[in-house]
Design a protein around this ligand. Structure first.
Ligand code: SF4
Length: 1003
């Protein structure tokens, strides 16, 4: 039976009224508030202890507005949450400035620096861990303040007038209270540990507590509201607005005491009604009915209470409860999504998804997103801003900023450049047309040369690519260098050892502006909120503006603050709304249907993380929230939800990750036991229906090139090798042009070193040729002098070529040193070669030959087989002899294996035939290549006597004849579009990019 609203007379104490938290609760409350308005002929002020039911209460008031109200009370009573009411305190502008969370963290930081004892305690923490701990310290200090500040109400009142506070006396009281708390809670524990912990916390409390703390501001705000009521009662008697306090959730004991004494005082100046919730006919478990006693223990229910609970269960709307079990996580989310869909089909408009299991709720949300705009999803569980695209883009900038002074890794750089908020055209001050594909091309360049990190490495890679383009008929693109320089400038601006907090913020804004990110973030909903969060770092006008910290500390603080921030989705009109919320947010709210996901024994009830510094017993002493209080509150919230809502789906995962069976929450099991006596409440096992089909064994992949598929008329040595290795691979990579997305490999890649060695050898031999022309050069002073000159200069050339790479990645120094150990023996090999009459002639020349093929249509096709030879030598005494050399940055053993399969990898044969057939192109007119050799740049130099530097192609005329016949056959088959089969030894398949296409391993 609903309790009638009390009759208001001239009481000087709060009137108590309770409502039943069932489906009629809001109606009952609204009627009571209107009753109060009518009785007092004043517009009541209604304060809700939690903000959740705010809209529901206003709507109910509107709906139940009595007819023919006097004009004075015709307006809707003012309904406001407690937090908003505190903010609206009269004269709040006079209060000490409110400290933001960031400022409080910074004060922890400053105190850590000032006090070595505290620093030692924090020593083990990383930057981000330290900021997390700072938050825990602040929470603990607030818990202490909550206990202590009410005892200081008189001092606070004085403070209101005098703006001063005897902090020392205050601290003494706190110390006393904490000592008592510690003594009571930690009896039996080692005094040392307890003492250290409490001493550290007290020290923090002493240093951190300021009148800008939220707890102290709360008390100041309450005191000013009271003062205003007092003055109003004095100046205009009989006009005080009734004050209705609605206790929507069980308060912490410390808050209960505070609000009780406040209401008592307020009742001296105005009508005060305290509205509480009556669980008598709603509680579905004894703990929800009886609550806790003064000692914080659950009250044991007597027989009549147990009978009452049973009556409540039996009279509840249990026909609308469904108990659904899913075995796996995916099924769990799927069941939730399906339940919500079925409610939507039943035309339910206002649905709640209670996220006991947040992960599964997120997954269900993702599954529901396919319903599009017809369903509006409001996530009240706090969608983190850090999970948005805008925050990820911003993070890419922070990663660039925090890179070491040599420069970022290529991945970090590309991540930043590819973020969708980076405005390339603006950054380069160029037109968007010029910038098309620029970043993709840059990525290709860096990948091709495996330039993994460092500004100098990136520039060297671009120089090489530009150099290659200019010598091969392309045009070098200066925009690459401009782009790297832009990013480098952005990065270098952050390279000071210590940052001043205020200038760091200005600098960050600058960086965002320069990269065009500020403008783009401004146009995006999440971006806008991100920029708002960043504004908190504008400390220019505050006490921390000169605070200095190291860049990693500042960046970590920035990331922690963003991590804490929630993203608020913009509302949009839709046919139905799904609210994803925690159980506590369902209080006094009406929904057409509710789906609770995660109702297993591990997640329902769910307890908040225990405070880092206080045990549950100490919390109890400090009158904070305890596990028992949370347990009772959740039992009440769930009772209210089940009793209020017509349709509730309780879903749980019946198997844990480790495969162990999981039962539903004990609360659900207890309901099952009671309901069993009447009608069984069955669990519905939900299973995804498997799709059935018959598979056929996969056969070896074979493809016949389509007639429309263009076959390239130029074949490089590597393409020909691919064709020989596996025709299917050639089909995938060369005919279809499919490429695997390249990645930067771990560790330093040898290909960049290989390219550098090739370049420095070319430069060295060209310099040698020039030197030989100088008649007075020391090079003409005998073989020792020539050897000396060669070693010295090859060393110098090596240092110079590698210099930039080492600046970008110091690990490359090892590669240089390894190569420099090779130089003496390399020079010896060169001298030996010279003694045999061979002279270096030219390097890196493009050579090839042309074959004529007739395709199936009878059309003659000229196929050019060509590549770039590393080096040509000519013979001094034989005017018709030339040799081709291929440098290999490989051990001689690998080269020997290569030589054994020369017909499948005929690179040297292609150069030799190309140069012989086109001597002018190879710049050896009148000569024929009669010698072809591989030269290792990684010979084993441990034993000077056994060094093997070179491996020649043996029996070249015979091999060449065989190759010439083979290549014609291969190309004829290709142009005849014969089936191209996947076939290769595992050694080839191991590194094959087409493996995913040919499905080797499945057949
Ligand atoms: S994985 Fe082996 S069989 Fe398959 S395409 Fe590559 S090389 Fe050929």
């Amino acid at each position: 039976m609903p309790q009638p609203f009390p009759t208001i007379a001239k009481q000087k104490h709060p009137l108590d009224w309770s409502i039943t938290p069932n489906s009629q609760a809001l109606t009952e409350l609204a009627k009571g508030i209107w009753d109060c308005a009518v009785q007092t002929n004043q517009r009541p002020l209604v304060l809700l202890s939690t903000a959740g039911p705010l809209i529901g209460v206003r709507a109910a008031l509107e709906q139940h507005r009595p007819k023919d109200l006097p004009s004075k009370i015709a307006f809707l009573p003012q309904v406001i949450s407690f937090a908003d009411w505190l903010e609206a305190a009269p004269g709040a502008w006079k209060f000490p400035k409110k400290q933001s969370d960031l400022e409080r963290w910074l004060s922890v930081y400053i105190n850590l620096r000032k006090h070595p004892k505290l620093k030692a305690w924090f020593k083990a923490e990383s930057n981000s861990g330290a900021w997390g701990l700072a938050q825990a310290v602040i929470d603990a200090c607030d818990a202490l303040s909550e206990l202590v500040v009410p005892q200081l109400q008189d001092e606070l009142n004085t403070l209101l007038e005098a703006h001063s506070l005897d902090a020392q006396a205050w601290l003494k009281k706190v110390e006393l209270v904490l000592d008592q708390a510690v003594a009571k809670a930690y009896v039996g524990l080692s005094r040392n540990i307890v003492d250290e912990e409490s001493a550290v916390l007290l020290t923090f409390w002493r240093y951190l507590t300021s009148i800008g703390d939220p707890i102290i501001r709360k008390h100041l705000a309450m005191a000013t509201h009271l003062q205003a009521a007092k003055e109003n009662a004095k100046n205009s008697p009989g006009t005080a607005r009734p004050f209705i306090w609605v206790q929507t959730a069980d308060p912490k004991p410390v808050d209960q005491e505070l609000i009780d004494s406040y209401l008592r005082e307020y009742a001296q100046y105005a009508t005060v009604v305290r509205v509480s919730l009556d669980w008598q006919t709603v509680a579905l478990w004894p703990e929800a009915l009886c609550g806790q006693d003064a000692e914080g223990e659950i009250v044991i229910a007597d027989t009549s209470e147990e009978q009452q609970v049973e009556r409540n269960i039996n009279s509840s709307r249990h026909e609308g409860w469904r108990l659904l079990a899913a075995r796996r996580f995916e099924e769990l989310a799927w069941v939730a999504a399906k339940s919500i869909e079925s409610h939507l089909v039943d035309k339910k408009k206002n649905i709640a998804l209670v996220a006991q299991d947040r992960l599964a709720a997120r997954r269900a949300r993702a599954l529901l997103s396919r319903l599009g705009n017809s369903l509006r999803i409001r996530d009240e569980t706090g969608w983190k801003l850090s999970t948005t695209r805008a925050a990820a883009a911003f993070d890419s900038l922070l990663e660039l900023i925090r890179a070491p002074k040599e420069g970022p890794s290529a991945n970090v750089l590309l991540e930043f450049l590819q973020n969708p908020y980076f405005d390339l055209a603006r950054s380069l001050q160029n037109s968007p047309q010029v910038c098309v594909d620029l970043i993709t091309q840059l990525e290709d360049i860096l990948l091709a040369s495996q330039a993994k990190s460092g500004w100098e490495t990136f520039i060297a890679a671009i120089d090489k690519a530009n150099g290659y383009a200019s010598t091969h008929g392309g045009s070098p693109n200066e925009q690459f260098i401009k782009l790297i320089q832009f990013a480098k400038k952005l990065h270098l601006a952050w390279q000071s050892p210590l940052l001043e907090c205020s200038s760091a913020y200005a600098q960050l804004q600058n960086s965002l502006e320069e990269a065009g990110m500020a403008q783009r973030l401004e146009k995006d909903a999440a971006g806008k909120q991100l920029l708002e969060v960043l504004k908190r770092f504008d400390l220019s006008g505050g006490p921390y503006k000169d605070l200095k910290m190291r860049l990693p500390e500042w960046l970590s603080l920035l990331k922690t603050v963003i991590e804490e921030a929630a993203y608020e989705e913009a509302g949009k009109e839709a046919e139905a709304t799904l609210s994803i919320l925690p159980l506590s947010s369902t209080r006094l709210r009406g929904f057409d249907a509710v789906v609770v996901i995660g109702c297993d024994e591990q997640q329902l009830p769910a307890f908040s993380e225990p405070p880092l510094f206080f045990s549950d017993a100490l919390n109890r002493y400090l009158k904070s929230s305890t596990i028992t209080a949370q347990y009772i509150q959740q039992a009440r919230d769930l009772s209210q939800l089940l009793v209020t809502c017509k349709s509730v789906d309780l879903i749980w995962q019946s198997k844990s990750k480790s495969g162990e069976p999981l039962r539903p929450s004990a609360w659900i099991q207890r309901l099952q036991v009671v309901l069993k006596k009447k009608i069984p409440w069955e669990v519905v096992e939900v299973k995804l229906k498997p799709f059935e089909g018959q598979s056929q064994p996969i056969q070896k992949s074979v493809s016949i090139p389509d007639l429309d598929l263009r076959i390239p008329t130029t074949v490089s040595p590597s393409a020909y090798k691919a064709l020989r290795d596996c025709p299917y691979r050639y089909y995938v990579s060369n005919l279809l042009g499919l490429r695997k997305v390249k990645e930067f490999e771990e560790g330093f890649d040898a290909s960049l070193a290989g390219q550098t060695l090739h370049a420095l050898l070319r430069n060295f031999f060209q310099a040698l040729k020039t030197e030989e022309k100088k008649s007075h050069s020391t090079i003409h002073g005998g073989s020792d002098a020539r050897r000396q000159w060669m070693i010295e200069h090859l060393m110098k050339f090596s240092d110079k070529e590698f210099e930039k790479l080492i600046a970008g990645d110091a690990r490359i120094l090892g590669t240089l040193r390894d190569w420099q150990k090779q130089i003496p023996s390399f020079v010896d090999w060169q001298l030996k070669r010279e003694n045999e009459g061979w002279r270096y002639h030219d390097a890196e020349l493009s050579v090839g030959f042309t074959l004529s093929i007739t395709d199936p249509n009878g059309i003659k096709q000229d196929i050019r087989i060509a590549g770039r030879a590393d080096r040509f030598d000519i013979h001094e005494s034989d005017a018709s002899a030339a040799a081709v050399i291929d440098y290999k940055n490989q051990k001689i053993k690998k080269i020997t294996q290569r030589a054994e399969n020369i017909l499948d990898d005929p690179q040297l044969l292609i150069y030799a035939r190309g140069a012989t057939e086109n001597p002018v192109e190879a710049r050896i007119p009148g000569r024929e290549v009669e010698q072809a050799e591989w030269v290792t740049l990684r010979a084993d130099v441990k034993d000077a006597e056994k060094i093997v530097r070179v491996h020649p192609v043996e029996d070249m005329p015979a091999v060449m004849a065989e190759f010439s016949e083979q290549v014609v056959n291969d190309l004829n088959d290709l142009w005849a579009r014969k089936p191209m089969k996947a076939f290769a030894p595992d050694s080839v398949c191991q590194y094959c990019e087409a493996r995913g296409v040919c499905r080797k391993g499945m057949w």
